[in-house]
Ligand binder design. Sequence first.
Ligand code: DC
Length: 428
Amino acid sequence: MPFIVAIDGPSGTGKGTVTSYLAKKLHLMYLDTGATYRCVTLKLLNEKIDFEDTEKIVKALKNIDIDFKKEKVFLDGEDVTLEIRKDLVNNNVSQVSHILEVRQAMVDLQRRMSEGKDVILEGRDIGTNVFPNADVKIYLDASVDERVKRRLKQNKEKGIESTEKEVRQNIEFRDNNDKTSKIGPLRQAEDAIYIDTTNLSIKEVESKLYKLIKSKKRDDKWIERGYITTPDTWHKRLSRKVIKGFLASLYHIFYRVKITGRENLDLDEGFIICANHLNYLDAAAIVLLNKKFIRFVAKSDLYRLPLISYLGHTFDVIPIKRGKNDLASIKMCLKALKNKEILGIFPEGTRKGLDKNVKIKNGAVFLAEKAGVKIVPAGIGGTFKLFTKIKVNYGEAIDIKAYQSDDPAWIDKASEEVMNKIVELSKE
Ligand code: DC
């Protein structure tokens, strides 16, 4: 599975230097997305295309060839590494990058260039727009004063003459332009890690980010192990039996459990149990207090914890990456269902999802349709406070064929219906 790191932030925060360093240290492909906008700007200027002339811009975008090789940038086969950093491009790139057609073409290009690769991208909208599912998202920031200081120093080193006033005006203008743009604005993604570099040296930022990404990569490796189904050896079956017996006894000590509708689980084929999700212990109630072997589908992040990872392997839990089109997980689920196994899924996708007003996930109905199996709804009731009562009420199997139609929205509607049934059962 490709590993994607998104580095966003305004100009002058050291993004370029830091990203290029991290790419080398962590063996990731480096993609400077700003350079793609700079190439388009240079092409439009070279071909004297008016920035308002959408037709000509679209035509130019169709023929554009942007390539990165050995730290050099090529536009239509020509090395433009230095040219795209000159004032002519500097002064026009902001405007060009906010043209809708340019934006769409560059986002497509950036995705294509990254396809199937371990990559680190720097820009303004990577974590929010280009790769909203990136594995690591970082937002680098620094005060305007500090960025002015850094830019003046950089200019001096490059022999470029500039006054503090000019540099400040330019940074403030670009900040405003980038943040207020209607198209691909500069914005911190909700799940991005914010790092203020004002009082940090480049070395300090590099080391901080290196540690952060490295630990995420290690975690990811651990998670990937969850996708390897360990063989069903006699010792695995024995561990499962012992653990199940032990935990089930604990369950009965700490809770008064009432299970109804067990006969609905007596199907001769594979099926999916869909339940409401109140607490982590509700999955345990379904798995532990059942003679049948039920494999739950759970968020892959759980495999990050060694003990849970061990339990996950012992109980053949199927990991799923949240918010991603996790094909590996879907394949594992379909294989299990075809193998007449029983899967457990929480359509809320998260604990107390109904209270949080989440959209009901349609994965269970999707799998049921693909594998041609039924869904058994299960309503769980109780507070999960120690020594209180917990109810698990299994309902009659639902044949989702009854909901199928040509309208692609049928799958969402059927998922809602299954959830309504679960809620009803939880109240009985
Ligand atoms: O990072 P840079 O200064 O080379 O970026 C050049 C311009 O491109 C800058 O004005 C912001 C814009 N840009 C963008 O809009 N989206 C990106 N992902 C990267 C850069």
